[in-house]
Write a protein that binds this ligand. Structure first.
Ligand SMILES: C[S@@+](CC[C@H](N)C(=O)[O-])C[C@H]1O[C@@H](n2cnc3c(N)ncnc32)[C@H](O)[C@@H]1O
Length: 255
């Protein structure tokens, strides 16, 4: 993983630098789209990579964990890295599975049923490949879906989770390719659908989690949720130096 990392303990109130996020600097959607283009086209993009001691397949046009610390940090915050205490058990729904490392690691560390969805068909194939690679294809179902749309209405989960495209793009922005969809969310339309629909997919006592970052606009999401009487609480956080940016990643829970 790149850069130095500072773990922040759970504090409920959340980190201070996510209150304001202008569409510039660390939060710039244009810089995130540039990161997307670079990660998609890099000549050293591997077919197989290692993360947290395991090897994983990487297909074309899928979010590449070797080029961003976000996935590795997400696994640590979920307790899915070696030596961690998994915060997930039972039935786990991972929205936006990408290569599938999180969903597959959840199955390997004790979740008895994992459903992994992505709007990118290559990500769905990639997740199925990694489930086979790690011998958990019987417990991991990869589904092509825009958030929850392709899931049976009655299916319920103990945890619903998304490592999201947490950078806000202007509402009128139109994706040029599916890889960009891993990086930015125009007007946070997908985030707001996720946060409003995910509670309907839970078992009694289940949790809705969101992996977010100081590249995103948490204050905006909180204002929208306040209208529904909901809030996003910080479960855990970790700060990483990424090139010129100091980026805080947070595991948030919808309460
Ligand atoms: C930041 S990437 C995370 C990928 C993977 N979970 C990881 O940790 O490496 C966000 C993922 O969300 C997916 N995504 C974006 N919008 C989506 C939507 N409306 N429905 C399902 N997946 C979506 C993207 O295709 C991408 O794979």
């Amino acid at each position: 993983m790149a850069g130095d990392m500072t773990r922040r303990g759970p504090d409920g109130a959340g980190p201070t630098n996510q209150g304001r996020c202008p569409l510039e600097g660390v939060c710039s959607y244009e810089r995130s789209l540039a990161r997307s283009r670079t990660a998609r086209r890099r000549t050293d993009r591997p077919d197989v990579f290692t993360l947290h001691g395991r090897e994983w397949d990487l297909l074309d046009d899928v979010f590449a964990p070797p080029f961003s610390p976000s996935t590795g940090v997400a696994m640590e915050l979920l307790g899915l890295a070696p030596g961690g205490r998994p915060v997930t058990q039972g039935a786990f729904l991972e929205v936006g599975c990408g290569t599938g490392v999180i969903g597959v690691a959840a199955a390997l560390t004790g979740c008895d049923r994992v459903v992994a969805t992505d709007i990118n068909r290559n990500a769905v194939r990639n997740t199925a490949l990694n489930a086979v690679r790690h011998g958990v294809s019987g417990r991991v179902r990869a589904v092509h879906s825009d958030l929850f749309t392709a899931l049976p209405a009655a299916e319920r989960f103990d945890t619903v989770y998304w490592h999201s495209n947490f950078v806000m793009a202007p509402p009128a922005y139109r994706y040029r390719d599916v890889h960009e969809q891993a990086y930015v969310d125009p007007g946070y339309a997908a985030h707001l659908r996720y946060l409003r629909e995910a509670p309907h997919r839970l078992t009694e006592g289940g949790r809705v989690l969101l992996h977010f970052s100081s590249r995103g606009n948490l204050a905006y999401l909180r204002r929208c949720l306040a209208e529904d009487g909901r809030e996003l609480a910080v479960v855990d956080a970790s700060t990483v130096q990424e090139g010129p940016d100091r980026v805080e990643y947070t595991l948030l829970e919808l309460i």
